[in-house]
Design a protein. Structure first.
Length: 387
């Protein structure tokens, strides 16, 4: 078992050893960490829906009606009739023929991608795609080719020189550690030109973008598949695939993480159903506009202070510091000031790009943002002196 000790020792030396840190959620914007009440700038709860009374009410209602668990996989006895109604509701919201709910975004990506691709396939992935997308490609056995981040000319070169019988292009829409956004229209154009399937992970866009919170991506043809999650802006758990009716039928019969996983509990479906309705309201349209305005203001102020925030265009705001030890010290100092801003280090992000991952949500106030900026300003003015 020496390899375990060696791995942990190396991780510690590089400042990349991770530990679980318990928190107590207080509200959409606050939590208790190590006995201290903190502003939470690390959650993916972008619309602050996780504690919304309607989601909680529907979750409890569905649990009382149908029980605490689904009992089996959805192909055995785990598809209750209301589950199909929720999927129809999601399909209408996403403007597709059909949708399918799976256990999580990770389960979706490691199941759907191998269902689409095999040893006779080539898969073309953005270099900064989420780890679950990369895992799905590896499990598929297909030849994986990673193009430079957002470099669609590089993608085109790969496709031009490819002769495989099946091609799949895979990309996040909003990248989870950088907050920047893929050119979806151009990806779709390239996919059509090269007779490729386009698989888009809309997890961090779902709820946050779109006229009715439907995200950035739509399955506009039978060759398009959109995956998204209910565990971020939607305040609950689980994932969806939005696609054609024929594709859904194919995945029901081919996607292993759907076939061999117990269905999500009824309470989760209840929360999903409520969230899909809530995000389409006029109230949440205004909430999204306010969130994007607050994001733009914070990014502008961070850049004015001299921080590198990359090319973010979403509530995910990286404060790129480069060195793992440095980012850990910044995070620790912020926690001492009552601000939770988690350090993200390799291998989650490329070597030399360790960062604080600032995540805004609808519950954050202007005072909260000012407090964050003041704390970061203090740090660069001398409180963290070793760098």
């Amino acid at each position: 078992m020496d390899f375990i000790k060696e791995f942990l020792d190396d991780a510690g030396k590089n400042g990349n050893r991770r530990k679980l840190r318990p928190i107590i959620p207080v509200s959409g914007r606050e939590c208790i960490v190590e006995g201290r009440n903190c502003l939470d700038f690390s959650s993916n709860n972008y619309l602050a829906l996780a504690r919304h009374p309607k989601l909680i009410e529907e979750s409890v209602k569905w649990t009382k009606l149908y029980g605490a668990g689904s009992g089996a996989s959805r192909l055995v006895t785990g598809t209750f009739r209301p589950y199909l109604e929720v999927e129809r509701k999601i399909a209408a919201w996403k403007k597709t023929e059909a949708s399918m709910i799976l256990g999580s975004g990770f389960l979706a990506n490691i199941g759907v991608i191998p269902a689409l691709a095999g040893r006779d396939s080539s898969v073309f992935s953005d270099k900064l795609n989420h780890a679950s997308l990369n895992s799905g490609v590896q499990l598929s056995g297909a030849e994986g080719k990673r193009y430079r981040h957002l470099d669609l000319k590089h993608l085109g070169e790969f496709l031009h020189n490819d002769s495989s019988s099946r091609r799949i292009i895979i990309s996040d829409t909003v990248f989870s550690m950088d907050g920047d956004i893929a050119d979806i229209a151009e990806l779709r154009k390239i996919a059509r030109a090269h007779d490729a399937i386009l698989y888009l992970d809309d997890a961090h866009a779902t709820g946050v973008f779109g006229e009715k919170g439907e995200g950035l991506a739509h399955a506009e043809s039978a060759e398009d598949i959109v995956m998204g999650t209910f565990s971020k802006a939607m305040g609950s758990y689980g994932a969806y695939v939005a696609c054609s009716g024929e594709m859904k039928e194919y995945l029901v019969n081919k996607c292993s993480s759907f076939i061999f996983s117990t269905a999500l509990p009824p309470g989760v479906y209840g929360a999903i159903s409520a969230a899909v309705e809530i995000v389409q309201t006029a109230e949440f349209c205004e909430i999204r506009k306010s969130l994007h305005a607050k994001t733009a203001k914070l990014v502008c102020e961070l850049r004015r202070l001299g921080f590198d925030t990359g090319n973010t265009a979403s509530p995910i705001i990286p404060v790129i510091l480069g060195d793992s030890d440095k980012v850990m010290k910044f995070s620790k100092c912020l926690l001492g000031k009552g601000i939770l801003a988690v350090a993200i280090r390799p291998p989650t992000v490329p070597k030399g790009s360790a960062r604080l991952r600032i995540s805004l949500n609808a519950a954050h106030t202007e005072e909260d943002i000012s407090r964050l900026l003041e704390a970061l300003s203090d740090l660069i003015c001398g409180e963290v002196k070793t760098f």
